[in-house]
Design a protein around this ligand. Structure first.
Ligand SMILES: [Zn+2]
Ligand SMILES: [Zn+2]
Length: 278
């Protein structure tokens, strides 16, 4: 567990741009880990940078988008340190599950550095093209009560709906008493409607705090972190380099100082060896 006893960010203010309530997730973590405060702004529509529901295609990569939001937060508030959060969803290994990656970027526009915290995990996003009331009812019943839903049909969309009464009220507005099927129902993945994302954003913020507290031993820039992995741990039987991780390397983005960290194991399990266990 992190302690903020020696936080160089104690009493610092981090500006955060979000329209989706992420301040309620991020601020408590930064206070606990860094004793830093969050100043929230919603003075810019972040959906213009790309939205989950697909109306606007995201033009930037997820890390660049998170940094862009953090820079906007600085520009909108006049504070030198800004935060930006960006999430994305992608198929997991073997295409079996969906994975959610959350990034929380911190930029210091005065000191010219950026650090990004990350969390990546499988998530239970679901959608279904419902053909009748029974299928819709089954989908709603299987959805956690604090997970918002989106319904789409015939060019109409309604978001942030919770539970059976809210969905049927919306359908009644659209169709009266005769619902026209099919109806697409999906999870609303915006952070304020998705508890799984909020948990993951909190994890990414913890990772950000750890990285911010890890300063370059040479120049002091925050974010000195062993992100780079080098493979080739020798096989325990024959010494052949394997695909197991041998070292991790941290490289300072400002002064290029680097440090190599050996893994705890000296040898790889022969089951990973291309020679002993082909
Ligand atoms: Zn450095
Ligand atoms: Zn071997």
């Amino acid at each position: 567990m992190l302690t903020a006893s020696a936080s160089p960010f104690q009493d610092a203010t981090f500006a955060l741009l979000t329209l989706h309530g992420k301040q309620h997730v991020i601020a408590p973590v930064l206070w606990r880990c860094l004793k830093a405060r969050v100043l929230h702004t919603d003075a810019y529509d972040t959906d213009a940078l790309g939205a989950f529901s697909g109306e606007i295609e995201r033009a930037l990569t997820a890390p660049d988008c998170a940094k862009k939001k953090a820079e906007l937060a600085c520009a909108l508030t006049g504070h030198p340190i800004g935060l930006g959060s960006e999430g994305s969803f992608s198929p997991g290994p073997f295409g079996l599950t969906t994975f959610n990656e959350e990034l929380v970027a911190c930029v210091n526009i005065a000191a010219h550095w950026a650090v990004i915290g990350r969390s990546y995990q499988a998530c239970s996003v679901r959608e279904r093209q419902c053909q009748n009331a029974e299928e819709l009812a089954a989908f709603i019943t299987a959805t956690p009560p604090d997970q918002g839903l989106i319904i789409k049909t015939q060019g109409r969309v309604s978001k942030g709906l919770y539970g059976d009464p809210a969905i049927h009220e919306q359908l009644h507005k659209w169709f009266g008493n005769t619902i026209q099927w099919p109806l697409l129902v999906t999870y609303d993945l915006r952070a304020h409607h998705c508890p799984e994302r909020r948990a993951r954003i909190a994890k990414a913020t913890e990772n950000l705090a750890e990285r911010l507290l890890s300063a370059c031993p040479s120049c002091g820039r925050p974010g000195f972190w062993p992100d780079e992995v080098l493979f080739g741990l020798p096989c325990g039987w024959c010494g052949t380099p394997t695909n197991a991780i041998m070292q991790r390397r941290a490289l300072c983005q400002s002064c290029r100082y680097q440090q190599v960290f050996e893994v705890d194991e000296a040898y790889a399990d022969p089951s990973h060896c291309p020679r002993c266990n082909p």
